[in-house]
Design a protein around this ligand. Structure first.
Ligand code: CMC
Length: 427
């Protein structure tokens, strides 16, 4: 029998079904609360609210567990590829060899951008942040691909999803090239998804470009680590935008805009900037003291998470990947030593222990991306590129869900009560 939750409020007692997922906390279905009691729930930041039902990603924040369709992120990062994880997120199961080949081939057939979009780039200032460019260009895709904006048609939804996954590397690389004043490179579909992206970013038409397999592997792994993360702020933004029936390109542009914030995807850029500013391990205590000072808005970037109250499993893989990249590129960066020391000091500090603040995915990713050659402004762009598959998978899941409704939260109103207008001469 289904469990129920009883609520005594509004002068009576009402009962609400308790729904159980396959794993994780149960949820109280309060959809009838307003009809029953005339009251809303109050939950700014959705700290206790499940906004939807989903079968994609599961996180146990206390245990530091992250599963995509049931598979642990560590196993996927170690043994899988970004294309395979993309297939898994979109379709629910790991592909067979043939299915993977066919999926990768299909994605590679959508890597080119409409030629007119190159003109669009030239409208931006050369020093524009690449996230601003990406947000604009992705939003503009709906003006170029009219044949995949009918969200009621599953085929069009699929084509739009493939287009978005395939074109993001081209869009991201072009944003980078534009900021450098270098010519855009067309995709090369003989390369892997990630190899092609590296070539479009770091290659130049004047010379052949050889993809470094170690960098390709590390980059692919970084994409896997960012592919999806349950109902985070940008994914919820994509779902909310999509709930009105907006086209998929507009929804993903909304997600990119949300991701840009320093509390979310922008933290990878902010974390590396912070580590560079700290500069030397001797200065760490000063920054730890600032992070703990209530009167100082400074926070340790790359630390803390709404859901993880344990080590972010993605940060574990990230830290190991830093060492691999340094080794294969035969480089080092003192910023990594600063990061390791900062982590050690923070994890032994009462403030961080008590508040359960651990390194998150963004803490080490900047160190790797910088070693590969990306400027800090590109970091969040890479996050957006990889998260696109999660966004489109979640968006598809939402559109196919019969319980889906337009997202329309209510509020606790604390403004003035009704009053009469006073003409300006009498004020
Ligand atoms: N440095 C210092 N104190 C912190 C930090 C931090 N990085 N993060 C949280 N706290 C403190 C915060 O001041 C608060 O203290 P108190 O209870 O005394 O007011 C307490 O910990 C709880 O913080 P919160 O802001 O209420 O928690 P939240 O769940 O709303 O915020 C967060 C989560 C990720 C926005 C926050 O931890 C943060 O700002 N971290 C730095 C930015 C960052 O690294 N973001 C990337 C998140 S992972 C990638 C992604 O998913 O996008």
């Amino acid at each position: 029998m289904t469990d129920t939750a009883k609520l005594t409020a509004g002068g009576g007692e009402t009962e609400y079904p308790v729904l159980a997922g396959s794993v994780g906390p149960d949820v109280v279905d309060i959809r009838k609360l307003y009809a029953n009691t005339g009251m809303f729930t109050y939950d700014p930041g959705f700290t206790s609210t499940a906004s939807c039902e989903s079968g994609l990603t599961y996180i146990d924040g206390d245990e530091g567990v992250l599963l995509h369709r049931g598979y642990p992120i560590g196993q996927l990062a170690e043994q899988s590829s970004f294309m395979e994880v993309s297939y898994l997120l979109l379709n629910g199961e790991l592909p067979s060899k043939d299915e993977l080949e066919s999926f990768s081939w299909t994605i590679s057939r959508h890597t080119m951008l409409h030629e007119q979009l190159a003109t669009f780039y030239r409208g931006f200032r050369r020093d524009a942040h690449p996230m601003a460019i990406m947000c604009g260009v992705v939003g503009a895709l709906s003006a170029f691909y009219h044949d995949s904006t009918d969200i009621t048609d599953p085929h069009q939804r699929m084509i739009a999803s493939y287009r978005l996954i395939a074109k993001m590397p081209t869009i991201a690389a072009m944003a980078y090239k534009y900021s450098m004043g270098q010519p855009f490179l067309y995709p090369d579909n003989s390369l892997s998804y990630t190899g092609n992206f590296l070539r479009m970013t770091f290659g130049v038409p004047a010379e052949p470009y050889e993809v470094n397999p170690a960098v390709e592997k590390a980059m692919d792994r970084i994409f896997i680590l960012h592919a999806d993360h349950e109902q985070n702020a940008s994914t919820s933004t994509v779902r909310l935008a999509g709930s009105s029936g907006a086209n998929p390109f507009a929804c993903i542009a909304a997600g990119i805009a949300c991701l840009w914030g320093p509390a979310h995807g922008g933290a990878n850029e902010a974390a590396l900037n912070m580590l560079r500013e700290i500069g030397r391990p001797e200065r760490i205590p000063e920054y730890i003291a600032r992070a703990k000072n209530k009167d100082d808005p400074f926070r340790l970037m790359g630390f803390g998470h709404r859901v993880y109250k344990n080590y972010d499993p993605r940060a574990t893989v990230m830290q190991a990947t830093v060492r691999e990249v340094f080794e294969s590129l035969k480089v080092s960066d003192p910023v990594f030593e600063t990061a390791l020391k900062l982590e050690e000091i923070a994890l032994n500090d009462e403030y961080f222990i008590e508040k359960k603040l651990f390194p998150n995915v963004d803490f080490y990713s900047g160190v790797i991306l910088s070693a590969i050659g990306f400027p800090t402004e590109m970091f969040t762009v890479l996050f957006a590129l990889a998260r696109t598959v999660g966004w489109v998978a979640q968006w598809n899941e939402m559109i196919s869900d019969p319980a889906q409704k337009i997202g329309r939260p209510r509020q606790l109103y604390t403004g003035p009560t009704q009053r009469d207008y006073v003409p300006v001469e009498q004020r």
